[in-house]
Ligand binder design. Sequence first.
Ligand code: 5GP
Length: 367
Amino acid sequence: MPRIDADLKLDFKDVLLRPKRSSLKSRAEVDLERTFTFRNSKQTYSGIPIIVANMDTVGTFEMAAVMSQHSMFTAIHKHYSLDDWKLFATNHPECLQHVAVSSGSGQNDLEKMTSVLKAVPQVKFICLDVANGYSEHFVEFVKLVRAKFPEHTIMAGNVVTGEMVEELILSGADIIKVGVGPGSVCTTRTKTGVGYPQLSAVIECADSAHGLQGHIISDGGCTCPGDVAKAFGKAGPWCRGREGRRKRAPCTSPGAGADFVMLGGMFSGHTECAGEVIERNGRKLKLFYGMSSDTAMKKHAGGVAEYRASEGKTVEVPYKGDVENTILDILGGLRSTCTYVGAAKLKELSRRATFIRVTQQHNTVFS
Ligand code: 5GP
């Protein structure tokens, strides 16, 4: 008999945040910056905990230059050369505290990352990203990178369950990337049948990580500023898995939401993204694709290896102009969420917010 976990698991679209009485007068009073001290690196970081995904379309140096002006973070994609990094470090030294160098778990990636961190020692974050964070090889890789870089803050993933979050933290990672299958250009769920509803994954993984003084990133699946707010939010009693650690008192437990939120699709289509603006039938578009798509694999690996299926889409998204406008839209939405629930700081959002289950997100009569 296959085992079926019948606990309710939810996505962002299944909930809304309940408004609460608040003494805040205006959105401008809300402080979105957070300060974290990481479990294994012992480093401290302050910033608005929104991260541009390490995809080669959005995780660019141009993006990082704008993001860092807002104290926001960019996981730089792994395909830049050492010379590109040196140039960026020379031209934008002020950005270096808000970027991570990315790597897969291959030897070439590790060598490149090592040379970048040697050449640009101001970069203190490492983003170890594999499609399947459940492999023993990946766990060993995290241990190896931790041993090599004892003082760098390591982000690692992706996983969606508490036991793997704990294993990666105990292996040396500081921040666990959570999300299998929710991404805007991800086809993992249709190709493999594997996945986990993102809101529940975040709530359960945050619980495990926070129990060990670790942190998590909600990675993928945000389609609008409201979803970003929900990722930072916290669980109602029905959100917790049957094995949930704080099952009896979930409503009062602090920090059950994500510490960081990573976005790909929401930052796609901007001036700062890689690629040219395409003009078609009077419309301006930009290419956006998954890092496991045919497009990415042809570009970086000379084609799709025959043992693996492409698990990413390639899409043309409307050209959205400068990313500054999107940043202001997201931050404005987040500040407004905080005022609705009475949180003067983003840090308080997870304590103040309560989700309600819904069957409809918004009125679609004109959409
Ligand atoms: P989004 O914000 O666009 O919904 O999700 C971004 C995330 O999707 C990335 O950070 C990464 O974890 C994931 N992702 C990016 N490319 C691919 C891909 O080709 N396949 C899969 N399965 N996930 C991807």
